[in-house]
Design a protein around this ligand. Sequence first.
Ligand SMILES: NC(=O)c1ccc[n+]([C@@H]2O[C@H](COP(=O)([O-])OP(=O)(O)OC[C@H]3O[C@@H](n4cnc5c(N)ncnc54)[C@H](O)[C@@H]3O)[C@@H](O)[C@H]2O)c1
Length: 294
Amino acid sequence: MPWWRRSPHNDTGGDLLKVSVIGAGTMGSGIAQVFAMAGDETTLIDIYKEALQKGKANIERSLQKLGEKSALSTEPDKILSSITFSSSLDSCKDSSLIVEAVFERLDIKKDIFSKIAEIISPGTIIASNTSSISINLLSSYVKEPENFIGMHFFNPPPIMKLVEIVKGRRTSESVTKKIGDISRSLGKDPVFVNDYPGFISNRVLMPMLRESIISLEQGIASVEDIDKTVKLGLNHPMGPLTLCDFIGNDVVYDIMTVLFNEFGDPHYKPPVLLRNMVFSGKLGRKTGEGFYKY
Ligand SMILES: NC(=O)c1ccc[n+]([C@@H]2O[C@H](COP(=O)([O-])OP(=O)(O)OC[C@H]3O[C@@H](n4cnc5c(N)ncnc54)[C@H](O)[C@@H]3O)[C@@H](O)[C@H]2O)c1
């Protein structure tokens, strides 16, 4: 068994993959759940106690649902109790892999990387779940850029198969391979991309979300009919405005802002309607209202 994979649930031995996930929001809680489901020793960290509680409740709900569908090999309670919840960044100090999933804000991510640089051991792999911020730029805030990589999970992480693995110019081949192997061992199907704004997924997705929001802004059709057009006419499983609410309108706004600044292309300019929704707290599912009410 490789060093990074062990299974405490079936006692096959092997070294432990000690994972810390920083940020217990939509993505971080789901990512921690994915590692815990695979049997890895997982710690979920968030500086906000409320966010940790919400993250724990999300995991509990998701495990319950998966348990009811007989999709788990271990009892939901056992998986939940295997996760350590912490409000201190110090808790990641013995980890072999750290996955960062905090707000899509460079200043916040930079601050976290600077802080953890002081406590982690040499050789620790740091992966960012960023949707749009440059991996090369983020890697300049860590001591070992060769051990820094993008590990872009999709929402919701326990369900979505894809992990977009983003190689920075200084990311080592062995770390890239290791993260590919780890992703597969989590039941994911990875793709490997070079660091470029929006990678592949958001470079392709954001202009579509933007055009959908602008269609609404221009009064061309209702929220429901824009979604219905894309679902029934283009055969997408989910309408674009439903997807915005699902991702979080603040996250969509932040991603578009990064891509607009990077490319300078108006196809990525965040629409005013989206900006106003974010400023008025209509962030989607997580706040109970976005393009739809929940
Ligand atoms: N939402 C999506 O669909 C999606 C998909 C793929 C990637 N991402 C990316 O994942 C990351 C997180 O997005 P999200 O949707 O989970 O956001 P979110 O707003 O749901 O959660 C972010 C979490 O980060 C925590 N946080 C903020 N500052 C922190 C700090 N200094 N230390 C520890 N925790 C801190 C917050 O308390 C919050 O719980 C972003 O980089 C985003 O671009 C999001």
